[in-house]
Design a protein around this ligand. Sequence first.
Ligand code: C2O
Ligand code: CU
Length: 484
Amino acid sequence: MTPTRRTVALGGLAGVTATVLGWRGGRADPAPLVPVPPLPAGRTVPLSLVAAERPVALPAFGGRAMPLMTFFEGDVFPPVVRIRRGDALVATLDNRLPASAEEMSVHWHGLRIPNGEDGVPYLTQSPVPPGERYVYRFTPPDAGTFWFHTHCNTAETIGRGLLGVLVVEGDESEPYDADVLVCLKDWRIGEDGGFLPFITDEGAARAGSFGTLRSANGAAALRIALPAGGDCRLRVLNVDPTRIPEIGVEGAEAAIVAIDGIAVPPFPLRSWRLGPAMRLDLVVRAPAGGGEARLVDYHAPQPVTLATLAATGTPRRTAAFDPAPLLAADLAAPDLANAAPLAFTFSATATGLDVADLAGTPAPLGPLCVTRRSFWAINRAPWPDGGHAVLPPPLATLERGRSYRLSLHNVTPHPHPVHIHGHFFRVLSSNRRDVVPHFADTVLLTPKERLEVALVADNPGDWMLHCHIIEHQETGMMGYVRVT
Ligand code: C2O
Ligand code: CU
């Protein structure tokens, strides 16, 4: 069985803009989700990832080819691997990056898989040098929208496009009329047409170095054809290392049906801040034939159109919008009554080094292939703490099977999307905003926010906990917890 790669359908008809319908649905007391059946026995799906530098001409580049790093041949972004829940993936990584480039690994973002397959250099495996091969084998337990990327020199490798989307399909009877994907990523291209540095001191010490060219599925003006009047699933991924759009839909009713791949009882999308690495599965009722709706970013002076959704054909549905839910993931609910408390503070680095002190000095790579500059810390410990190949101690040691209540406190003036490997947080409450209870592998900590989350430590091993603004991660805001 060959793994498939495909892009979303592009094109469609120009048409009038539909009126904003504003679904006020969202039941006050949503029915609980139906649990997913036990993991079925699936196929064994081989996947060949050949990491290499390749010239790639994406629509966003205006027909020019840029020297990307990719896992596959072809002018496609992002590559999408689709498997079914229950399938075992056997992914062979061949590192054919130039010898001058990094050793690498592949991390499977959001997948609750065994620690040895998690793809973190030094922590869960030896890094794979150029010319070498490594095989990952696992069966993802959850259906949903996930992605994979390196965990080594991540700002540059993600900056050059070295990533892929992994869709784990759930119950085939998911009752939607279309299933499309919108993958958001900016590119840092300078006036001379080449890539700008992927890490800058100015960016790393603040909100990150933003891309100069925005894209969705590699296009600056993405158009997606949807069946008119259909309830269409839109898998929105933010794989950018820096930007935090505020996602909305104009010209159509839209509901959130999954967050970071995990089903939630459908609720209306008003807007949702999608930090780096976060995913949002929407169901959008496509307008009538010829109509258009827009996926937008409100986090800008004027809403920015990320994708135009163009409806074609005769209307599929006429009943009021009431999107069907996905099946619940098989995720244990934390036992809040008996949860042990843990506190994590996300701060500027304890060493007090200033950007100015570091300007102009080269930043050597250290363990985990991160720069040795430290602007950020978790619980006052910036990563890395020790010398080469010396891992710092875990931020916390968790007892397997036990529930924990984590207080995540951002004492900086910048947002931080905080990601945990191998587990999902149950998001409980915030001191600054109302939260919809949900599971997430990446939570956006806004400035000065204290977010209460909980998890069941049910996956043994050493699991990274880090900011997914990659320049923050690579300059200190990274650690790990140990589940014994
Ligand atoms: Cu997207 Cu440590 O990962
Ligand atoms: Cu951060």
